[in-house]
Design a protein around this ligand. Structure first.
Ligand code: CA
Length: 235
């Protein structure tokens, strides 16, 4: 299975497919090394970054899948806004081997859909892989978590994968996972190698908005993010 999704109440936490509260829960068990640092946002913001200071993330103590804190993307835009806007939670890395899986949890509150292409996604970008054509500087997988049911725009160096085509559940921690290595092999013909770096992005965003559409609003929490070997496998 290329991807999976499971729900649990935001007001709890715990392993995949259990119900709990947003305010607490147990951490997830992983056997492999997590290539993401500070994956549960218990140690401030570093080394997470945003690509746009005006629409970055904050560490929040309002909700947590495990521990005391999580990353919050707080979307508040006026009806008059137009074009596109991305709220970014990003980490870059340069592992020797391309990771097998990526997974984590999100929790959405206050989902007011201000425009039709308002959605959650995570993105895996391989920058400068030496086993890919030189037709693009980077190659991407864009995983739609919720909010849209078709690609939001054409993009030659990306492939879209729909984990759901539904609106996001609100008030629940939602587990998501994908085998990013298999998906690169299936959709691009190979897992990236010899790259300059990998960039992993966790987003809420809107695209193709006209002024006069509604006012996009959402509080999106991410927590307990992981990339590496499949969970439960020894290194
Ligand atoms: Ca946490």
């Amino acid at each position: 299975m290329a991807s999976a999704l499971a729900l649990s109440a935001c007001s709890g936490g715990g392993p995949t497919q259990t119900v709990g509260t947003c305010e607490g829960g147990s951490g997830k068990e992983t056997a492999g090394e997590n290539l993401l640092k500070n994956p549960g946002f218990e140690n401030g913001t570093d080394p997470w970054i945003t690509l746009e200071p005006a629409s970055g993330f904050v560490v929040s103590w309002e909700q947590a899948h495990s521990g005391a804190s999580s990353a919050l993307l707080k979307m508040r835009d006026p009806a008059g806004a137009s074009g596109a806007k991305v709220y970014y939670l990003v980490q870059e890395m340069n592992p020797a081997q391309f990771p097998d899986v990526l997974e984590g949890y999100y929790c959405v509150e206050n989902w007011n859909k201000g425009t039709i292409r308002q959605y959650l996604q995570f993105v895996v970008i391989a920058i400068g892989p030496d086993n890919f054509p030189t037709t693009a500087a980077n190659f991407q997988l864009r995983y739609i978590l919720a909010g849209i049911d078709s690609p939001p725009f054409p993009i030659n160096n990306a492939r879209f994968i729909f984990i759901t085509k539904e609106e996001p559940a609100t008030g629940n921690w939602v587990h998501f996972s994908a085998n990013i290595k298999e998906d690169f092999e299936r959709l691009w013909g190979a897992a990236p190698a010899g790259y300059e770096k990998l960039r992993l992005l966790f987003e809420v965003r809107w695209d193709g908005k006209a002024a006069g559409d509604g006012a996009p609003e959402a509080d999106v929490y991410y927590d307990d993010l992981y990339t590496g070997l499949p969970v439960g496998e020894d290194p």
